[in-house]
Design a protein around this ligand. Structure first.
Ligand code: FAD
Length: 453
């Protein structure tokens, strides 16, 4: 991974004393779906918990990038439950989630309203007693004797420290683990590029009589877009995903078709990619208004508050998940739950298409099978009180494309949050956790966990 500005200039900061903002047994850094699950699980098992999130609400990609589909089934049975099931039940009560029409015979099981899931998760955090600090980005860790003692945060009132006994890095990008010196991988082996990104958006003002919102269903439209794209007169789009993400509102279908590619860890590049993506949307819309029946008055209802980032750092753990473990449904002694999703690599060059692993186009597990998500992919050799959960956990580029999906990230979150609470009680470091007790506790909490050798 290149870091274009690093090392060119340096300044010295005078050493200073930093005020302590807050202190907890478990400090969860990053409030995406994995961090939410980690925080709730640790708090429900008796730990005092702080969750730190840089954006105004929790949910990460699920809420702020409008990524609203869940994969929970092995195509015969639902095999991901626990906090995922609880979140779904609570959202269902309010009408914020719908089951997929093929449920439970497709990997995809649910489609939710990101607005609703925000509310559900903030409620669950509050009820579990988690102290949540939004609007705060986690900075440098303070490390003593191989343990993180505190993380520094910059607040409007100045630099502060948040102290903890155990830390979870659920920043998606592995910010904390990387700053703490845990090694990581970035991108695919061939050229170091990470999966492409997508700006998800929704439209309104589409004529109510246009019942089918899938653009692909409009005769001639896709052909026209492809032809113009071929001539360089229309931006790139993902043909397979033209408007297939559901949302409850009549005109609120979410579109997952607008690809861009680059380095999500370079803030300047990320900013310009996000602006570029919004310009592409303007081009799409201007063509559709003129050419697609029912779209004459279509306008942008919303775009993801953040560009959808699929992949950045993959922190090197005690175990690294690879694509054979996924496709062969491999089981692990230290399993904390199951995964079902396929190898689904969005082209790092930004075409939006899926590319495959070296097992060719065999990118799906057999129907009725699932793989284990091991705790070892969330733990590391360097920092004994740090776990990683979510898309930055230890996997190869290929395996990451499966285990990055939200339900799988929540399995990791619930697993490490529960592990931290057990270790706190037993006075142990995370790698010493009693794995059988952890598994027993997870099962009691509704996590599906079978075939533990
Ligand atoms: C376009 C797109 C489509 C996708 N489609 C699907 C799909 O259909 N189904 C599915 O399940 N998954 C899908 N995924 C993948 C999935 O959404 C993500 O991989 C998953 O949400 C990752 O969860 P996470 O908690 O690990 O990380 P994130 O959701 O990225 O959350 C990380 C959180 O940490 C915060 N954070 C980051 N750095 C800091 C810091 N330094 N300090 C404080 N906070 C910080 C972020 O603001 C964010 O809230 C898709 C992803 C994209 C981009």
């Amino acid at each position: 991974m290149k870091d274009s500005n690093a090392g060119n200039f340096q300044i010295k900061i005078p050493s200073s004393k930093i005020e302590v903002l807050a202190e907890a047994d478990v400090v969860v850094c990053g409030g995406g779906c994995s961090g939410v699950a980690a925080a709730i699980a640790a708090a429900r098992h008796g730990a005092s918990v702080i969750l730190i999130e840089r954006w105004p609400t929790v949910g990460g990609m699920a809420t702020n990038a409008l990524v609203n589909g869940w994969h929970r089934s092995d195509r015969e049975n639902v095999v991901i439950n626990g906090l995922v099931e609880e979140s779904a039940q609570r959202a269902e009560k309010e009408g914020w989630i719908v089951k997929d029409s093929q449920y439970p015979h497709a990997h995809e099981t649910h489609w939710f309203d990101p607005e609703g899931m925000r509310i559900v998760w903030h409620r669950m955090l509050k009820e579990s007693g988690v102290r949540t600090f939004c609007h705060v980005a986690v900075g440098e860790p303070v490390i003593e004797d191989g343990k993180i003692k505190a993380v520094l945060v910059d607040t409007k009132r100045g630099r502060r420290a948040i102290l903890g006994k155990y830390f979870v890095d659920s920043t998606g990008d592995g910010d904390l683990a990387a700053k703490a010196g845990v090694p990581f991988s970035y991108g695919r082996e061939s050229d170091g590029l990470v999966q492409g990104m997508t700006l998800i958006f929704s439209l309104e003002g589409i004529d109510g009589s246009v019942k089918e919102k899938r653009l692909a269903a409009e005769p001639g439209v896709m052909e026209m877009m492809r032809e113009l794209r071929g001539k360089g007169e229309f931006p790139q789009f993902n043909d397979a995903n033209c408007g297939h993400y559901l949302r409850n509102a009549e005109n609120g279908t979410l579109w997952n078709m607008l690809p861009v590619a680059g380095n999500p860890l370079d803030e300047e590049e990320l900013t310009s990619l996000t602006a570029e993506a919004r310009e592409k949307l303007v081009s799409y819309l201007s063509l559709w208004r003129k050419k697609v029946p029912g779209y004459a008055k279509a306008t942008i209802r919303e775009t993801g508050f953040a560009l959808g980032v699929r992949e950045s750092r993959r922190i090197t753990g005690l175990k690294t998940l690879d694509h054979n473990m996924i496709l062969d449904a491999v089981k692990h002694k230290d399993a904390i739950g199951h995964g079902v999703w396929m190898i689904d690599i969005h082209d790092p060059k930004g075409t939006g298409y899926t590319t495959y692993s070296d097992r060719g186009k065999r990118n799906m597990l057999e129907t009725g099978t699932s793989y284990h998500i091991p705790l070892g992919m969330c733990l590391n050799k360097q920092i004994s009180n740090l776990a990683v959960a979510g898309r930055c956990a230890s996997s190869t580029h290929e395996a990451h494309s499966s285990v990055r999906v939200q339900t799988h990230c929540m399995v990791m979150g619930q697993g490490v949050g529960t592990a931290a609470a057990i270790c706190l009680r037993d006075g142990k470091s995370l790698t010493q956790v009693d794995i059988m007790e952890l598994q027993k506790t997870l099962k009691k909490d509704g996590v599906y966990l079978e075939d533990v050798p």
